[in-house]
Write a protein that binds this ligand. Structure first.
Ligand code: SAM
Length: 295
């Protein structure tokens, strides 16, 4: 086994030798515990068949382990100061391609086409926390060909992603993530495992993209519109949120009937609805809208 980059002394040595300074605005908190990194790679179930997209390789600590387990690793790093360091630390990792790009501007579909013949890739990352949601929603909403996403995120974001109806962390992010994936939090990671230490605890979560859509038939835009209304004003009833903010073109009476038809009480709040209930309500609203347009 080659010497691990992810130890406090090795990380410090690389950083000092290259005159590198951490940039807060890029969310640079490097992992210095290689057991955690091994666990991330285990959680991602990376094998020699896999093409992996790593977001934000930093100085290459996770990349090094991914390179040993995967067929190919594409590592996208925004900070140009890290590129010469990565070329050095990963010089023996011949299956790693380093790209100096902003992940939010990277053509991920073309990576999937060119590097994996259009077959689903796996995403693994210790994410820059300031753009966790845009990165994940880009992968999910655009239906990128991805099998699993295993990422380190803020602990409370991981809790929100896997929360169920009725739990205090449950919100629009929970519904959005669970609409596309099965979410499973693998471990909690303390600030002392990073250099520099972040202010918050972190967690590793694996999102397994659903092989079949959760609903056989659904108007996706309407579904997410209903979800957004439901959580937009958490203290209001779902009926009032949909009627006042929904802009759905339905009367209060029609909305009450739509809710009743799927077994929802008039006074229910949005946060009490399960994913399935959001789906059933969306389909019922779509049906009423369609009937109204045919009158
Ligand atoms: N993977 C390394 C590790 O585990 O030690 C570093 C993780 S650090 C939390 C996040 C990394 O993402 C940094 O290297 C940062 O420069 C990079 N980054 C930040 N914004 C990015 C973006 N928009 N696109 C690509 N990389 C980005």
């Amino acid at each position: 086994m080659t010497q691990r980059i992810a130890t406090p002394s090795k990380t410090k040595e690389i950083i000092e030798a290259n005159g590198f300074y951490f940039k807060k605005n890029f969310g640079q908190n490097f992992l210095i515990d290689s057991n955690i990194l091994e666990n991330i790679v285990e959680s991602g179930e990376i094998t020699k068949q896999d093409c992996v997209l790593e977001i934000g390789p930093g100085i290459g600590s996770l990349t090094q382990i991914l390179s040993e387990r995967a067929k190919k690793v594409i590592a996208v790093e925004i900070d140009s100061h890290l590129i010469p360091i990565l070329q050095q630390t990963l010089e023996h990792c011949h299956n790693v391609e380093i790209r100096n790009e902003d992940i939010l501007k990277t053509d991920i579909n073309s990576i999937i086409e060119k590097e994996n013949n259009g077959k689903p890739i796996k995403v693994v990352a210790n994410l820059p926390y300031y753009i966790t949601t845009p990165i994940l929603m880009d992968l999910l909403e655009n239906h990128r060909k991805v099998e699993t996403i295993t990422v380190m995120v803020q602990k409370e974001v991981a809790q929100r992603m896997q929360a169920q109806a009725g739990q205090k962390e449950y919100g629009a992010l929970s519904v959005a993530v669970q609409y596309y994936c099965h979410a499973n939090m693998n471990m909690i990671v303390q600030p002392s495992c990073f250099m520099p230490k972040p202010k918050v605890a972190s967690a590793v979560i694996t999102l397994r993209l659903r092989k079949e859509p959760v609903f056989e038939k659904i108007d996706e835009a309407l579904f997410f519109h209903v979800v957004k209304c439901a959580f937009g004003q958490r203290r209001k009833t779902l009926l009032n949120s949909l009627y006042n903010q929904g802009g759905l073109g339905l009367t209060k009476q029609e909305l009450t009937e739509a809710m009743k038809a799927v077994g929802l009480k008039e006074m229910v709040r949005g946060e009490a609805l399960t994913l399935e209930q959001f789906g059933a309500l969306t389909n019922q609203i779509a049906k009423i809208k369609q009937e109204a347009s045919m009158d």
